[in-house]
Design a protein around this ligand. Structure first.
Ligand code: DHB
Ligand code: MG
Length: 227
């Protein structure tokens, strides 16, 4: 069993159910397994989306008929592979990774999966890279350093168009999100980003809690409304 981010009494059952769903609906394969193995070998933090979450991102891409995707936070490219596979033949993902070592591993994982021509990895701090990008993107997945979430949401809005789907990972953090007095920069970043989502007239948003292999966390989902 993967070590959950947020330990809980029921974590083993959550993980078992996740395994059952993943085996049935989001089965792994040689390239996904190889990516996770390469990430582990290189000592990358185990913060990838789960298989069922990867499949969910793939389904969001299909539902939104997205062909231009932006990912903020590549890590080893596991989520990138799930999303790239869901794209139409002419679809592309731009994915931003701050750490050169992570980007190298991601590149190898993505190339092994035969997806190098669909994925453009940009190495650098996201706030340095984002101003160089040209939108609009159809789906934007924010999954990088949480304290900067409010800035990433601002950039997402700049790089969006009506109909763009925005997904923000890790908004529950074992329930810590409801601590209004938290001085943890991660929690403050998540809370400020959610507040911005709520107040932004261009966005219609929700947040969903999840339990599973990673413990208790969740994601926020938003769409940019027509003008
Ligand atoms: C952390 C970051 C993630 O993106 C994630 O999915 C889980 C945990 C973290 O920083 O702890
Ligand atoms: Mg995450």
């Amino acid at each position: 069993m993967r070590v959950p981010d947020y330990p809980a009494a029921d974590a083993q059952e959550w993980s078992a159910v996740d395994g059952y769903f993943a085996d049935m609906l989001a089965p792994s394969d040689a390239d996904l397994n190889a990516a996770l193995a390469a990430n582990a070998d290189a000592g990358l933090p185990v913060q990838d989306v789960t298989a069922t979450q990867g499949k969910m991102l793939a389904l969001f891409i299909k539902m939104a008929k997205a062909s231009r995707v932006l990912e903020i936070g590549t890590l080893g490219g596991y989520s990138t592979i799930w999303m790239a596979r869901a794209l139409p033949a002419d679809g592309r993902i731009v994915t931003i990774e701050a750490k050169e070592q992570h980007a190298k591993i991601a590149h190898a994982n993505i190339a092994r999966a035969g997806l190098a021509d669909r994925v453009d990895i940009r190495v650098g701090a996201a706030l340095d890279v984002l101003p160089s990008l040209e939108g609009p993107f159809d789906l934007i997945f924010i999954d990088a350093d949480k304290p900067n979430n409010p800035y990433y949401l601002q950039w997402a809005l700049r790089l969006a168009k009506p109909g763009t789907v925005i997904v923000l990972d890790n908004v529950v953090r074992g329930g810590a999100v409801i601590d209004a007095a938290s001085e943890d920069a991660t929690i403050r970043g998540v809370r400020e980003c959610l507040r911005m989502m709520a107040e932004e007239p261009r966005l219609s948003s929700t947040a969903i809690q999840t339990v599973g292999e990673k413990g208790w966390d969740g994601f926020a989902l938003a769409i940019v409304e027509a003008k």
